[in-house]
Design a protein around this ligand. Structure first.
Ligand code: 5GP
Ligand code: ZN
Length: 146
């Protein structure tokens, strides 16, 4: 039976069974350059232990991933690459654009006029009534309390 850990490309990078241009490694996380960068310096930060999604990620792993992303962002800003600002991007699920099912943050250097744009979506441009925002917040809050 195929195992997510033995077949997963990012697990292979962790085990050095696949090549990668590594930026940072510590006990819990690894950061390396994306093989198809959207912009020069585009990096990925992963937990070393395989987790397909946010739901699979152990609670204690979320902090270290963000901390490594923070360090990579600082590295990008100091690297001499064009980096005036940084976006963190995480796709959790196929419909959100996730293609590699080993959870990862994209760390994207940004600069004025770089042509990126993510201000879109089915509700983009609409400003809901407070009552609608409150009703939405209630649904999420109730689910989180379960
Ligand atoms: P997702 O769409 O899942 O958020 O992003 C997956 C990212 O992983 C893509 O940007 C893709 O270019 C990158 N990627 C896929 N395979 C490899 C690989 O073998 N090595 C590296 N370094 N990046 C990869
Ligand atoms: Zn994996």
């Amino acid at each position: 039976m195929p195992s997510p850990v033995s077949d997963c490309i990012f697990c292979k990078i962790v085990r050095r069974e696949a090549p990668a241009s590594i930026i940072h490694e510590d006990e819990a996380t690894l950061a390396f350059l994306d093989i198809r960068p959207m912009i020069r310096g585009h990096a990925l930060v992963i937990p070393k232990a395989h987790a397909a999604s946010l739901a699979d990620l152990p609670k204690e792993s979320s902090g270290p991933i963000l901390e490594t992303a923070r360090k990579v962002a600082a590295g990008l800003r100091g690297s001499g690459l064009r980096c005036e600002a940084v976006n963190l991007w995480l796709a959790d699920g196929k419909e959100a654009g996730q293609e590699v099912f080993h959870l990862h943050f994209h760390v994207l250097p940004r600069f004025r006029g770089d042509g990126f744009g993510v201000r879109t979506g089915p509700d983009y441009g609409r400003m809901p009534e407070r009552s609608e925002l409150d009703a939405t917040a209630t649904k999420i809050r109730d689910a989180m309390g379960r």
